[in-house]
Write a new protein. Sequence first.
Length: 160
Amino acid sequence: MSDPTKLPYRPCVGVMLVNAQGLAFVGKRIDNKEGDWWQMPQGGVDEGEDLDVAALRELAEETGVDGGLVNLIAQTREDLLYDLPDHLIGKLWKGRYRGQRQSWFLARFAGSDADIRLDAHTPPEFCEWKWVEPELLPELIVPFKKRVYRAVLDEFRGLI
């Protein structure tokens, strides 16, 4: 690829799902072979799809959590951008994007752990999941997304 800066950002949503104890959901990606990284649910926005609808769809696909078990509390004021590391540009998303432009949502989970089903979608995204203190989120994610996770945490901290 001659100039990755000419590529657009992939439209994406992310969900910080928190339980009644104020802990945040993270999953370990099945396809991650390069470390012990955990992430919050996130994914692409379909053409013409409303962001809140995309957030609930992605949450259901990745966690099995039905939209009736969550309450969307807040959305980030601005989109958060990240660039892929050089070694991943051209390999992910059929080489069409340089990174992601993400809108994040804070969602309160009203269900029980039994409502979380990583196999709700084929293929599953995560192989394991757990609840963590929100302050740990930036330390659990791959390094190139740490800045985004810090910004999400900073914006939602008072609402968790």
